[in-house]
Design a binder for this molecule. Structure first.
Ligand SMILES: Nc1ncnc2c1ncn2[C@@H]1O[C@H](COP(=O)(O)OP(=O)(O)OP(=O)(O)O)[C@@H](O)[C@H]1O
Ligand SMILES: [Mg+2]
Length: 226
């Protein structure tokens, strides 16, 4: 069995106004289970495109992508949706929480979609909020929480389905340096507990938390530092 994530000559081309934009132009790499990776590089270098492939939010134009022994490039839309729910958690720069919904119900939402009964769902959501240090904020709405706390709710939500892989695209981009430290401490802890963590960042200080830095340029890997 190979690495948890195996990308082979991954390409993604967008057709824009009669022109081809090569967002990814041949990415080959392996990421091992339990890895802590920072994806870095200039704006437009293909970082988010790469993350969207890993999370099966988008499919490659060509190349192979095998995650958890599943060949994503060969799967149907339904199979990809199931893969996403079971294997991947996402965290974004904007926390994307529902404004009129408590922290507990925001975290429970993915479990509602997967059909979990109410009591079990609340218990699981409460556990995830405790994991990010917000056990005492379960009934708060997003507007009653700081930016860092809102991002921690979003992390708890990403953990709800107990994913093997957590993908975070500029998760500290909207946070000040102190709350960035709080959020990074949670990521560090989750990785110590075994989750495979891949974080896109422009900040060296965030990238330094990872044990591997993959630098993109013009749709390919410029540098891979461990
Ligand atoms: N849906 C799309 N349609 C057309 N072109 C796109 C699309 N998404 C991305 N691109 C182009 O693909 C390239 C890579 O974009 P991507 O979003 O992956 O960059 P990025 O490294 O995440 O940048 P940033 O740091 O600004 O978030 C860019 O040239 C971008 O304009
Ligand atoms: Mg991006």
């Amino acid at each position: 069995m190979g690495a948890l994530i195996q990308a082979r000559d991954l390409r993604r081309t967008y057709r824009m106004g009669g022109m081809d934009v090569h967002a990814l132009s041949g990415v080959t790499l392996d990421i091992e289970a339990g890895a802590y990776v920072a994806v870095m590089g200039a704006s437009g270098s293909g970082k988010s495109t790469f993350m969207n492939m890993l999370g099966a939010l988008d499919q490659p134009s060509s190349g192979q992508l095998i995650i958890n022994d599943i060949a994503l490039h060969e799967r149907s839309a339904d199979e990809l949706a199931a893969f996403r729910n079971q294997t991947i958690g996402f965290v974004f720069q904007q926390f994307n929480l529902l404004a009129r919904t408590t922290a507990l119900d925001n975290v429970g939402l993915p479990l509602l979609y997967s059909g979990m009964a109410t009591k079990e769902r609340h218990a699981r959501a409460a556990h995830c909020l405790e994991m990010v240090g917000l056990g005492d904020r379960m009934d708060h709405h997003p507007s009653q929480l700081s930016g860092g706390q809102q991002q921690r709710v979003a992390i708890a939500r990403a953990l709800a389905n107990n994913p093997r892989i957590l993908l975070a695209d500029e998760p500290t981009g909207a946070l000040d340096s102190r709350t960035t430290q709080d959020v990074m401490a949670i990521f560090d802890q989750l990785n110590r507990e075994g989750i495979t963590l891949i974080i896109v960042t422009h900040e060296d200080e965030v990238g330094a938390h990872a044990r591997r830095q993959i630098i993109f340029r013009d749709g390919h890997v410029l540098e891979d530092r461990r």
